[in-house]
Write a protein that binds this ligand. Structure first.
Ligand code: MN
Length: 415
């Protein structure tokens, strides 16, 4: 498959990808978009020019919108067909390839475009589905001998997060303030977090509303998943350690989470399916699955000090996830909890087995005991003011590359 748009071999946004996002074009006009190489394509105008409007089930120009929700809600058969149509339109020798007027109006270079928050997110849930991460945290905060709690291998542990503070890549985050209790103190103190962290995660986006009482089974779960994003679940470890008993994360997490602007569809990730880690003991029937439900997606985290170089501090992979998305969604709805279009469900921190694959500063520095050394000679136990965290993710196989680009965020001093 070859596009008439040129792009480098290692582009995340190959003809095999066709992600969806929302962009401001030339600082004046907002529409849903896709991207190929370094070209951002205005889908609303492309629809108006008759290139994608003949897809069955696509009656109105849903791309003329400030979010992707209306498009996503059309459901899997329609969004799948639209993606294939766009792919076809971008192929070498297509009608569009020779239509200079439409190309002129619909194609923008990256520097003419700013990416916006692509979704209205009604609900956000965060899981805790990497066995390596849960084990590391259990060792540090509880008991090294019994790092995993008794429920962990029987259900995908999760909590309800905060949707209002999810922001798109490029949005600065202020260091949160809150209560912490220093180890040597008898009562808590108030102030800016001293242990600010990132969590390397991926999130999936839902495409339908269900009624209360309804459940989604493991085998049908993927029909409800539009696509995936990179997800940085910023976390304040000192606030977390003091507040989390007995109900779990609260202010340590809800001050901000960042997502990548391009939603990569499950269809684009299809070639990268892979086996999951073996689940032992056997799970209950409603969590059993068949086939490959996991995806081989390379993940990287970079820390960039103010005016400094990017330091690669973590290399992980989504395939390490113990619980897959289908199990997470089946578990989430098994009690009759309703879901909504645009909901984002995040994986939980994705750590691998090696020390350079840990998906948080907490684990990389082992709670600050082994600071990271940066290329400028400085050290980090946790994130400092004006540090930028950049996460990148891509899948690659047999010369086909499909990537997410990046999610980037800078930590500003506390307000
Ligand atoms: Mn998290």
């Amino acid at each position: 498959m070859k596009s008439f748009v040129d792009y480098p071999q290692n582009s995340d946004f190959s003809i095999h990808n066709i992600p969806f996002g929302v962009a401001v074009f030339n600082k004046e006009y907002i529409a849903c978009a896709t991207r190929i190489g370094d070209i951002v394509v205005d889908l609303a105008t492309l629809f108006d020019y008759g290139y994608i409007d003949d897809v069955e089930g696509l009656q109105e120009n849903v791309f003329e919108a400030y979010t992707l929700n209306e498009f996503i809600e059309l459901g899997k058969p329609v969004t799948k067909a639209v993606r294939l149509k766009i792919q076809e339109v971008l192929l070498e020798g297509s009608k569009l390839a020779n239509d200079e007027k439409t190309i002129e109006e619909c194609f923008y270079n990256l520097d003419e475009v700013k990416m916006l928050m692509p979704l209205h997110i009604p609900n956000y849930t965060d899981f805790y589905s990497s066995i390596e991460h849960a084990t590391n945290v259990g060792k540090m905060f509880r008991d090294p001998e019994n790092a995993l709690l008794p429920n962990w291998k029987h259900l995908p542990v999760g909590y309800h997060g905060r949707a209002s503070s999810i922001v798109v890549s490029g949005t600065d985050i202020h260091r949160p303030k809150g209560q912490t209790k220093p180890a040597d103190a008898t009562s808590p103190v108030f102030g800016p977090s001293k242990q600010l962290d990132f969590e390397l995660e991926m999130g999936f986006v839902l495409n339908q509303n269900t009624e209360m009482g309804e459940s989604i089974s493991v085998s049908e779960a993927e029909d409800s998943i539009f696509g995936m994003v990179l997800f940085n679940d910023w976390s304040a470890r000192d606030i977390q350690a003091w507040e989390y008993v007995p109900l779990g994360p609260f202010l340590a997490k809800n001050f901000g989470s960042s997502i990548s602007p391009w939603i990569v569809t499950l269809e684009a990730l299809e070639p990268f399916r892979t086996v999951s880690p073996k689940q032992e003991p056997e799970v209950l029937d409603y969590l059993k699955f068949e086939g490959d439900k996991n995806f081989d997606i390379n993940l990287e985290v970079y820390l960039q000090p103010e005016n400094g170089a990017e330091n690669l501090i973590c290399k992980s992979n989504y395939k390490f996830m113990y619980w897959n998305m289908s199990q997470q969604l089946a578990h989430h709805t098994v009690n009759g909890c309703n879901i909504e279009v645009g909901d984002v469900y995040a994986s939980g921190t994705i750590s691998g087995t090696t020390e350079d694959s840990f998906g948080s500063m907490l684990e990389l520095t082992w709670r600050g005991q082994n600071p990271l050394k940066l290329s400028d000679g400085s050290e980090r136990k946790f994130i400092e003011d004006n540090d930028t965290i950049i996460m990148r993710g891509f899948a690659e196989k047999d010369g086909i590359r499909v990537g997410f680009g990046e999610v980037e965020g800078k930590i500003l001093p506390a307000r």
